[in-house]
Write a protein that binds this ligand. Structure first.
Ligand SMILES: NC(=O)c1ccc[n+]([C@@H]2O[C@H](COP(=O)([O-])OP(=O)(O)OC[C@H]3O[C@@H](n4cnc5c(N)ncnc54)[C@H](OP(=O)(O)O)[C@@H]3O)[C@@H](O)[C@H]2O)c1
Length: 263
């Protein structure tokens, strides 16, 4: 079990300018525990809207290099030394058709935003989170994956691969951080109402099938309050329970063996 979000005092949310990240940021800020919420994104008008709703805001492009990411983390930790929770929802989605021309730069950016920037951000936050957790304040790292991490959608092949990588990272990180008072919660949405599919022009077709954002947000906040290690809904929940949950004990066992060898 992870620490409940109700223990969080200061929550940084990436992808807070629209869709799932925005809805979670606002719902977390409205919890009875009233944590401070810092919304992160690129679009200034959307950030201004969050500020009007009472959130703190930080403009940042997560498609940054290592030095840019390090400077961002140092800046926000300096400004908000009470940060104990990361909700990492920034993400992009692009179609890839291998029988047509492939835009390798777009694929690299998608992998960077959806996977490597999250790994880098977590790595640079880690000394701060370890110190915070050691002082007795529970911490949470909550990356947003996808049901497509478990069953890839072939037309968004690289997106699915980036989410599979992020899911794998969550499972390993959770084992590495056992006994540290830092919980790793994988938030795994099914198809949900958002702007994610606007870039591909598939929003209208998908809107006939997606889970309404309000319903999704309610379910996810309940999971975060309970302290579930994986907060999955709909198809993502079914696929996680069928294909991935059975592996989690084996991953923990591998972690225990590695810990024994390294003693
Ligand atoms: N909606 C779904 O069906 C679904 C299903 C499974 C998983 N997910 C995942 O849920 C997460 C949220 O997606 P969503 O559906 O809510 O999509 P969305 O409405 O398009 O929101 C994406 C968010 O990511 C931010 N973002 C994208 N690139 C960024 C960059 N380079 N730097 C900083 N922020 C960036 C955007 O902010 P700015 O443009 O302001 O920077 C925006 O706030 C994503 O990780 C997505 O993969 C979504």
């Amino acid at each position: 079990m992870a620490p409940s979000i109700t223990n969080s005092k200061c929550v940084l949310v990436t992808g807070a300018t629209s869709g799932i990240g925005r809805a979670l940021a606002l719902a977390i800020a409205a919890l009875p525990s009233h944590p401070k919420v810092i919304g992160v994104g690129r679009r200034k008008d959307r950030l201004a809207g969050l500020k009007e709703s009472g959130l703190d805001i930080e403009e940042f492009d997560v498609n940054a290099d290592k030095d840019g990411m390090k400077a961002f983390v140092e800046r926000v930790v300096g400004k908000y030394p009470e940060i104990d929770t990361l909700v990492l929802a920034a993400g992009v989605q692009r179609e890839v058709h291998f029988k047509k021309e492939i835009d390798i730069d777009a694929i690299a950016t998608e992998m960077h935003v959806n996977y490597f920037s999250i790994l880098t951000m977590i790595s640079f936050f880690m000394p701060h989170l370890l110190k915070t957790a050691a002082s007795g304040q529970p911490c949470l790292i909550a990356p947003v994956t996808s049901g497509l991490a478990y069953i890839p959608a072939p037309w968004i092949a690289n997106y699915s691969a980036s989410k599979a990588a992020l899911h794998s990272l969550c499972s390993s990180l959770r084992v590495q951080l056992e006994d540290s008072n830092i919980g790793v919660v994988e938030i795994s949405p099914p198809l949900v109402e958002s702007e994610l599919h606007d870039a591909e022009g598939t929003t209208e077709a998908l809107s006939k099938f997606w889970m309404p954002l309000d319903e999704y947000t309610k379910q996810t906040i309940e999971g975060l309050q309970k302290g579930d290690d994986v907060v999955a809904s709909g198809m993502a929940k079914n696929a996680y329970e069928k294909f991935e949950q059975p592996k989690e004990e084996m991953i923990r066992e591998m972690g225990r063996r590695a810990a024994t060898h390294s003693k």
